[in-house]
Design a binder for this molecule. Structure first.
Ligand code: KDG
Ligand code: MG
Length: 402
């Protein structure tokens, strides 16, 4: 089998998605997601200008060699743009391989290790009461694991809480909006929020919380310690992860489990975090981490250190990544949990898929390959719109982490 053609599709059914379609001489094609939220066109151009010309004529079954060609063979390694482009190719090739062998991708990754992939959803509210009601609504939908985010009194808005009360989207069309941040009220409010959640919902529900990179290590240590009575499944991104040894300090002070990795792109970004056992869950995604070929190696490395996966699954990761993540999560041994932030109906229509949600678990379905398609005629009705993640400033105007 040979690759005969490949091209990038950009569509915006509510938010932007970059999809690579790889075609072969046997009529089988594969899809890969290359979406990088707020920087979509950089991956699209990397693929079109630099990667696609090198793919034509290659054997799509050579997932390992093509991965090495695009990573090791390029001289410039790593980074979100490069790794998302590599992921788009890699996932499309696994899709082709599954279709050609007439089997779901999970069978190529080791076969089923479990019956379903436990997912967590997002509950949020402008204040504690609204957040608690949203937890109740999600529990009704069968979720066994719920991430809880709340507005902070005195701040105009914060990560994970939608402005108008509708769906939360990580990026917004137009130029970046600006939010404000103050650590102290957040640190005071968050343990009280989880105390209330436990009081109302008991001990059985898995509870998660995303700090979204806003704390210093010592602040994160305080939060983790104060959350201990409420037995969280994890706190996520407590501090920016560029300084991997920052997590040592957090770890020395708290037994609240820690999840990191949605902004990491290579195994080297979490090498120290994992080998020193400073984290419990690695959240690197298939799209931003270089594809299934790379994620399998990362998961196997993490397994040696009792670190499990908890892959990023926000709406800016397309249904192609969701499908890949579910095949991956069904197959690998050290799967932990998968984030599930449902896409809009428009997005689901553009990307018809076999994966499904039932009672707190998801399953990739039994279709050969990934089991996800792209309706290009429908996609063409939703042209690209420039969009950005917000920026964040402290109350005195200093730019800080979003
Ligand atoms: O593009 C960034 C978003 O995906 C991110 O802000 C969402 O932190 C996030 C999460 O955990 O889903
Ligand atoms: Mg996050």
């Amino acid at each position: 089998m040979k690759i005969t053609n490949a091209y990038v599709n950009i569509t915006s059914p509510g938010r932007n998605f970059v999809t690579l379609k790889v075609e072969t001489d046997e009529g089988i094609y594969g899809l890969g997601d290359g979406t990088l939220n707020g920087r979509e066109m950089s991956v699209a151009s990397y693929l079109t200008e630099h990667v696609i010309p090198c793919l034509i004529g290659r054997d799509p079954f050579q997932t390992e060699d093509i991965w090495q060609y695009l990573y090791r063979g390029v001289y410039w390694r790593r980074g979100p743009v490069t790794m998302s482009a590599i992921a788009a190719v890699d996932v499309a090739l696994w899709d082709i391989k599954g279709k050609a062998l007439n089997t779901p991708v999970y069978n190529l990754l080791g076969g089923k290790s479990r019956d379903g992939v436990m997912v967590y959803c997002h509950a949020f509210g402008k204040d504690t009461e609204a957040a608690l009601d949203d937890v109740a609504a999600h529990q009704e939908l069968g979720y066994r694991a719920i991430r809880v985010q709340s507005g902070v009194a005195g701040l105009k808005g914060t990560y994970g809480v939608s402005k108008g009360g509708g769906r939360y989207e990580p990026a917004e069309r137009g130029l970046p909006s600006e939010y404000e941040w103050a650590t102290e009220p957040y640190l005071r409010a968050t343990p009280k929020l989880f105390q209330k959640v436990r009081e109302r919902f008991g001990e059985d529900l898995h509870l998660l919380h995303d700090c979204h990179h806003r704390l210093t290590p010592i602040e994160a240590a305080r939060l983790g310690k104060e959350l201990e009575p409420y037995h969280l499944f994890w706190i996520e991104d407590p501090t920016p992860a560029e300084l991997q040894e920052g997590f040592k300090l957090i770890r020395e002070h708290t037994v609240t489990p820690i999840a990191v990795g949605e902004v990491l792109n290579s195994i080297w970004d979490s090498h120290d975090l994992i080998r020193n056992q400073w984290i419990d869950y690695i959240r690197t995604t298939i799209v931003h981490g270089g594809g299934l070929t790379a994620l399998k190696k990362l998961a196997d490395f993490a397994d040696l250190y009792h670190v499990r996966t908890g892959c990023h699954g926000a709406t800016d990761l397309s249904p192609v990544t969701m499908a890949a993540a579910l095949h991956f999560g069904l197959a690998i041994h050290n799967f932990g949990i998968q984030e599930h932030m449902p896409h809009t109906e428009e997005t689901d229509a553009v990307f018809p898929h076999a994966y499904m949600y039932t009672d707190g678990y998801m399953h990739p379905g039994e279709k050969p390959g990934l089991g996800v398609d792209l309706d290009e005629a429908l996609a063409a009705k939703y042209p690209y719109h420039r969009a950005y993640l917000p920026v964040n400033r402290k109350l005195d105007g200093t730019l800080t982490d979003w």
